[in-house]
Design a protein around this ligand. Structure first.
Ligand code: TXA
Ligand code: MG
Length: 347
């Protein structure tokens, strides 16, 4: 039986070696340890311990056909989990690791099939968060870790979010404060030409293309085949999310106002998740609002997105009104999460 969940505060800049050593010891005993990465909190297990990896799926209520990302401490450790490191992957790794980039590599036979859901590839990254790196260094094994949320729910960007979803199902939560990037890593497959972005994330398409030339996004169907966990509906708050159309702050605000009036009239005042420019244009008096910050600060928007969804969900609204962000840079990853959280539209 799992032991009760403990939450240990840890300095995100200078994590205590004693706390890291204790967490590493628990992880090596087969326990689950949630920890901050620069993107979101991960739910970690020793990647070589098939039983512990199975417990990740149970804790998250995640289907076994949705493979996990394996986190390593240094680039030499690739050989512990993969049989090859193609030149293009190594090039990207040399520039973006440690950081929010996950690369698909041929899976090493030593890795339990549970980690990769039986696929012949393994998804690998080196996180840049000092707590994640410290934990990896202290335990000396690769750590398999999906985002530390219940399957399908909004990803966790704080220890409180992890506790909300996984209290009692995880032994240790390392609380290193809010995560700086706020959305997950970019998942890339460099084997096809052009290389494919399976999931947009913290490293942008523009950054990657500057290094390896043109890439393409996986089509939804293809995404599902290559990356079975990519269900259309994901990252979803309990409330219904509606994305209101518009090209400018004024037109988006008019569309939100329109929806809000109709919802309020039917006794369901909505929450609003929008950038500051849109908030300033709103006319109707509404339910709770969450300001994502200025529309040009995509880094800030990415960092606050999941917090905003969870905050409005906690305010018990039935409906959240939001809008798409500028479609470049991190805006593309933010829009991917918004579309998935909104899918399928419910009336
Ligand atoms: O930023 C992140 O990537 C966070 C932190 C904790 O590292 N992790 C994360 O893991 O987002 P998860 O499990 O929530 O998302 C992993 C994604 C899923 O869409 C999964 O299907 C895909 O990566 N994936 C994992 N292994 C794969 C593989 N061998 N082939 C294709 N897709 C894979
Ligand atoms: Mg996830």
């Amino acid at each position: 039986m799992p032991s009760p969940t403990v939450v240990w505060k840890i300095d995100p800049g200078h994590p205590s070696p004693e706390i890291l050593a204790e967490a590493a010891a628990r992880l090596l005993r087969g326990e689950l340890v949630a920890f901050p990465t620069e993107t979101v909190y991960g739910l970690g297990a020793n990647a070589f311990d098939a039983e512990a990896v199975r417990r990740i799926f149970e804790a998250k209520q995640r289907p076994f056909d949705d493979p996990l990302i394996v986190h390593i401490a240094k680039v030499e450790d690739v050989q512990m989990v993969a049989t090859d490191f193609p030149a293009m992957a190594a090039r990207l790794a040399s520039l973006f690791w440690p950081g929010p980039l996950t690369l698909l590599l041929p899976r090493h036979a030593a890795l339990p099939g549970e980690v990769t859901s039986g696929l012949d590839t393994v998804a690998v990254r080196i996180p840049s968060h000092p707590v994640a790196l410290g934990l990896l260094g202290a335990c000396g094994v690769p750590i398999a870790a999906p985002s530390a949320n219940r399957f399908g729910h909004t990803s966790p960007t704080s220890a409180a979010h992890v506790l909300e979803d996984l209290d009692g199902a995880v032994e240790v939560i390392l609380d290193g404060g809010p995560t700086p990037v706020g959305i997950e890593s970019t998942v890339v497959d460099v084997r096809p030409t052009p290389a494919v972005i399976l999931r947009p994330g913290g490293v942008t398409r523009e950054q990657l293309e500057a290094v390896i030339g043109p890439m393409r996004y996986a089509e939804p169907g293809e995404r599902q085949a290559a990356s079975p966990g990519r269900l259309p509906r994901h990252y979803a708050p309990r409330a219904e999310l509606i994305l209101c159309p518009g090209d400018t702050a004024q037109t988006i605000a008019a569309s939100i106002d329109d929806h809000a009036r109709r919802l309020a009239a039917s006794g369901r005042p909505p929450g609003v998740l929008a950038v500051s420019e849109v908030h300033r244009e709103l006319r109707s008096s509404l339910g709770p609002v969450f300001d994502l910050g200025g529309q040009d600060d995509l880094l800030g928007i990415a960092r606050r997105l999941f917090l905003g969804l969870r905050t409005l969900e906690a305010a018990s609204v039935e409906v959240i009104l939001s809008h798409l962000m500028p479609a470049h840079g991190l805006g593309l990853a933010v829009n991917d999460r918004l579309r998935r959280a909104a899918h399928p539209p419910r009336e």
